[in-house]
Design a protein around this ligand. Sequence first.
Ligand SMILES: NC(=O)c1ccc[n+]([C@@H]2O[C@H](COP(=O)([O-])OP(=O)(O)OC[C@H]3O[C@@H](n4cnc5c(N)ncnc54)[C@H](OP(=O)(O)O)[C@@H]3O)[C@@H](O)[C@H]2O)c1
Length: 215
Amino acid sequence: MNEAGSLAVLGAGHARLVIARLAVKSGYPVAIATSGGPEDIALITELVIPGARPRWAADAVADADIVVLAIPMHRFPDVDPRLLSGKLVVDAMNYWPASDGVLRIFEHGASSEIVARRLAGSTVVKALNHIGYHELEDRARPAGAPDRRAAGVAGDDPAAVATIAGLVDRIGYDPVRLESLRAGRVLQPGGPVFGVVLTRPEFERSVREDAGSLT
Ligand SMILES: NC(=O)c1ccc[n+]([C@@H]2O[C@H](COP(=O)([O-])OP(=O)(O)OC[C@H]3O[C@@H](n4cnc5c(N)ncnc54)[C@H](OP(=O)(O)O)[C@@H]3O)[C@@H](O)[C@H]2O)c1
């Protein structure tokens, strides 16, 4: 097994293709799945994410150390929490009323807390949601590059946050750890770092001013 673990990416939309591609490039074994069968995404996977393996979601998740959940929020209720039980789950989702419709439970507070409540048997970390997919790929840089940017990692479990910080670092961003899923609300739409690609000092300043929640 790869020492950093293996990934299953659920969702094959724009954002997830980019996450999967960056992860493959960083040396992670990556499986990708949608709610359908692997044959539905075989061609796009081969063309757009060479090296990733299309699989049924249950198989991809069973073999993965880290599951990246990257589906539209209004489809999240379709996910059976038992599928993800016992897994380290990256919540890369955003609640967008314009495309998701109004989902009352997500109207206030930190969406990842609600995701974590539903996935009670999983360990949830919020990450990879706040940078648009074009930029996520274009701005990725190796550690130490002078123009490297930052990406937030929020969670209630410090060991899980450390693992996902490692993933973020390997795919090309300085990870900025946030002490809880609640603090991770700064990463979601309307938050101070959503949709902007900042250096670590800029990111930390924005977050500190907004939440005072850096670890
Ligand atoms: N676009 C961005 O720049 C960006 C950046 C960061 C985060 N995000 C967030 O990432 C999420 C997805 O965005 P997107 O732009 O990639 O969406 P998208 O293009 O609409 O793609 C959604 C993907 O999710 C799959 N899916 C839906 N339900 C599923 C399920 N139960 N199990 C497995 N796969 C499922 C869909 O495939 P099937 O319908 O075939 O199952 C489809 O491949 C959103 O929450 C978004 O806010 C987006």
